[in-house]
Design a protein around this ligand. Structure first.
Ligand SMILES: *Cc1c(COP(=O)(O)O)cnc(C)c1O
Length: 399
């Protein structure tokens, strides 16, 4: 038994196998499912052992802000999926991004960030990192020249999401990794929309991948979490900050995410198939002006997405003919879709970005990012897509 574990039967295993099995070392109880260790601290056999654990001389658990076996299983599994040397789990996606920035940056450093990242990420960089003397420049994710022009000698991190939300703009990860490295900076990719089932940024040269596990890693809208994956020396810096500052992942949430990961590929493939079907259907609706989905051959990011992704994911957006009134009318006439800003759920969600997720942008910023009043975003879930089309049809034919 011990030998079976030691010679790592999962070495070289495929993603589907790792998603189901990586990271779980069976305890003496012989459990088949991954155990949930709901404990804040751990007991020592003797004062001497306690001293050795605290000094780090003897490996082992001390306190769950530091390590927890269930959280470790999740970290090892996601590291295996992303092809990372190491991963560290956090309480939320924002905690992963914050911890990465605080651990790797200091006052005087500079970040170049893609303009259309998750809104809260923009606030974090702009307002909070700015407060501590870290300057940020925001650039369109597809425009390599603007990335290049934004570089300064003190640039330490290039941060991006690809494909972007909600317009599905696609960044060239390989080219941006090269740009970062030529300037002695790190490329950090928020891989939330694709997950490792569809995109492996580290293989394309990124230094770190961050996730909001809240989205597709769970996939069922149950709890918040995040993770940072990458090279050991960088992840260790982030780990050290997390242990000190405390945004660690709850063991219960780690256990839920482990169950979510088991079906990751199946779900991402199903989301992708349904989203493409919906995108094509939307293109044929007379009251739809334009559809944004990188899976469509006429999307400007299609070719690049087809090269660097395994699939196109579940998020798409479209413009209806008209303005806010018509967009709201379509949203309000749906009865199955959930009107919520979340994405990465088995349940299909619909939202009006201009007045919700992107509501805090100025009119100028909205125009630059293509967030028009007639834009609707859908994160396609796992329902039968024909029912989703029928639910949208009512509103679309009424405007
Ligand atoms: C939701 C989201 C986040 C933030 O994650 P939380 O778990 O809500 O903190 C970060 N990046 C992207 C792309 C997201 O969609």
């Amino acid at each position: 038994m011990a030998d079976r574990e030691q010679d790592n039967p999962l070495a070289g295993a495929a993603l589907d196998t790792l998603a189901v099995r990586a990271g779980h070392v069976r305890t003496a109880e012989g459990e088949h499912g991954e155990p949930l260790f709901l404990t804040s601290s751990y007991v020592f056999a003797s004062a001497e052992e306690a001293a050795a654990r605290f000094s780090g001389e003897q490996p082992g658990n001390v306190y769950s802000r530091y390590t927890n076996p269930t959280v470790r299983t999740f970290e090892e599994r996601i590291a295996a999926l992303e092809g990372a040397e190491q991963a560290v789990a956090t309480a939320s996606g924002m905690a992963a991004i914050l911890s990465t920035c605080v651990a790797l940056l200091k006052a005087g450093d500079h970040v170049v960030c893609s303009r259309d990242v998750f809104g809260t990420t923009t606030v974090l960089m702009d307002k909070y990192l700015g407060k501590f003397g870290v300057d940020s420049t925001f650039v369109p994710v597809t425009d390599l020249e603007q990335w290049r022009a934004a570089m300064r000698p003190e640039t330490k991190i290039l941060f991006l999401e690809t494909p972007s939300n909600p317009l599905n703009e696609v960044a060239d990860i390989q080219a941006l990794a090269k740009l970062a490295h030529d300037h002695g900076a790190w490329l950090v990719v928020d891989n939330c929309l694709c997950t490792p089932a569809l995109q492996l940024p580290l293989k394309l040269g990124a230094d770190l991948v961050v996730h909001s596990a809240t989205k597709y890693l769970d996939g069922q809208g149950r709890c918040l979490g995040g993770v940072v994956c990458g090279r050991r020396e960088l992840v260790n810096e982030v780990l050290s900050f997390i242990r000190t500052a405390g945004p660690s992942m709850s063991p219960f949430n780690a256990w839920v995410f482990l169950k979510g990961l088991e079906t990751l590929r199946l779900r991402m493939d199903a989301h992708s198939v349904s989203a493409l079907s919906l995108a094509k259907w939307l293109q044929q609706q007379p009251t739809v002006e334009k559809v944004f989905y990188a899976g469509l051959p006429d999307h400007p990011g299609h070719e690049l997405a087809a090269k660097q992704q395994r699939g196109f994911g579940g998020v798409l957006s479209f413009r209806v003919k008209g303005g806010r009134e018509q967009a709201w009318q379509v949203i309000d006439s749906t009865r199955i879709l959930s009107l919520t800003a979340n994405l990465g759920d088995a349940k299909t969600t619909i939202v009006h970005p201009a007045t919700t997720t992107h509501g805090r942008l100025s009119d100028e910023q909205k125009t630059a990012s293509g967030i028009t009043e007639n834009l609707i975003r859908i994160a396609v879930g796992l329902e039968d897509i024909e029912d989703i089309k029928a639910d949208l049809q009512r509103g679309l034919s009424a405007i």
